[in-house]
Ligand binder design. Sequence first.
Ligand SMILES: *Cc1c(COP(=O)(O)O)cnc(C)c1O
Length: 476
Amino acid sequence: MRYLSTRGHADRKRFCEILLEGLAPDGGLYLPESYPQVDGAQLEQWRQLLREQGYAALAFEVLSLYIDDIPADDLRALCAKTYTEQVFGSKEIVPVRPLEDGLLIEALSNGPTLAFKDMAMQLLGNLFEYELGRRGEQLNILGATSGDTGSAAEYAMRGKQGVRVFMTSPNGRMSPFQQAQMFSLLDANIHNLAIEGVFDDCQDIVKAVSNDLEFKRRYKIGTVNSINWARLLAQVVYYFAGYLYATESNAQKVSFAVPSGNFGNVCAGHVARMMGLPIEQLVVATNENDVLDEFFRTGIYRVRGSADTYETSSPSMDISKASNFERFVFDLLGRDGARVKALFGDALNSEGRFDLSADPHFAQAAARYGFVSGKSTHANRLDTIRDTYQRFGQMIDTHTADGVKVAREHLQPGVPMIVLETALPIKFAATIVEALGQEPTRPAKFEGIEALPKRVQVMPADVAQVKAYIEAHCAD
Ligand SMILES: *Cc1c(COP(=O)(O)O)cnc(C)c1O
C-alpha cells in the first residue's frame, strides 16, 4: 500500500513514513492510493472474529490492509496491547446500546480521557514508540487542541521513550475538567502551551511550524492532529465494529450520525463506506459552528474568521474550518489533485471560500457518498440531554446530544441509526447541570483532579515564541 497527497504531489510513501509526518510536502493530506475492498464473505468472517477474538483482532485485520511495513506479528501485538478491557472499560471496547426505536448509541468514550480520541491516540502512542525504537529516533509532537485531542495525546504519550509532546490549546477556553486532565500531567516529556486565542490560532501555529521544513527537520517535529492518517485509520475500525455489533447479517444497512468538527471522525466513516461497509447515510452533525452543515446543504465551503467562531457548549466542535475535509473533497472530485490544490491551497487562502454548488460532483456528496447533515444549538442541546435523560434514563454529553438531535432528523424506516458517543458527560459538567439540575457522575479515577498541581505555559498566538519554546525544551 502506498500513500499519496490530496494536492497531487508525485511522491508515493509507505505507512511508517507518513506515520511520523503531518502534512504532505505540498500541504496536502495523505490518503491511500486506493481503498481495499471488503466483500460479504470477508465481513462475515470478521463478524465471527469479533465475536470470538474481540476488538483487537478486528483492528489487526483492518489495519493490516493498509500497513505492509510492520511485520504482522508485531502489528497484532500492538493492537492487542492497545485495545484492552483494562484501558477501555469493557470487553466490547466500543459497546453499542439502544436508545430509542431505530436509534442506537456506540460508546467511543470509555478510554483514559473519556473522549473518542483515545480510540486512535492510544494506538498512535504504541505505534510511535514501536517505530521510533526501530529507527533509534526521537520525535517532538506539536499539536493543537480544543480539549479532547490534547489530553488524549498526552495520556497516550506520557512517559513514552523518545517522544516529547508540545500541546497548544486556547487559553481559558477548555472546561475546568479538561484543563485539569491536561495540566495535571507532570511527566517531563509533556509540555502544555496555553495560547491567547481560539483553537484555530493554535492550529495555524502548528501548520506554520510544520510548513517550515528546515525547523521541522532540525527539531524532528511531528503531529498527532486529526490529519494524521494513522489516527483516521484507527477510527475506521470502530465503524466496522459498530456495524457488526448492531446487525445480525450483512444484508442489513445502518447509518451513522457523527458529532463533527474537524471532519476526522466522519471521514473514517467515509473510508469504511468506501471499503464496502454497508452504510446508508453518514450524518454530519455540527453545533453552531456549522461550516460543514453549510457545505452539505449548499455546496459552499466558507471558513470562518476567529470573530465568527463561536464558543459553544460542545466546545470540541468549535472550529472555523474542518481540517480533514480536504480528504473527502479529493474523493468527491474524482481524486483530482490539481483541482484540490486550487481549492484548498489557493481559493481558501485568497477568498476564504469555494463554491461547488454548480459542480455536478456536488450532488454526489449525498447521492453517491451518503452524506447528509444538520446542526444543533445550545437550546437544542439542553432539550436533547433533558429528553434523553427523562425518557430513557441515559445521560449523554453535549457533543453526543448534537449527534442525537441531528440523527433524529434523518431516521429512515428499517435502517438503524448509530449515533457515535464521543465523550462522557463529566467532561462538560456545567451544561449537564444547566440541563438536568444535577452533576454528572464522575468515574472514581477522576475524583478531585481540579485540585491537583498544574503545569502550563501561557503565551501569545505567535509562531516565533512557540518555536523558541520548543528549541529551549528539546534537550530536556
Ligand atoms: C474531537 C471531538 C469531536 C469532533 O470530532 P472531529 O473528528 O474533529 O470531527 C466531537 N466530539 C468530541 C467529544 C470530540 O472530542
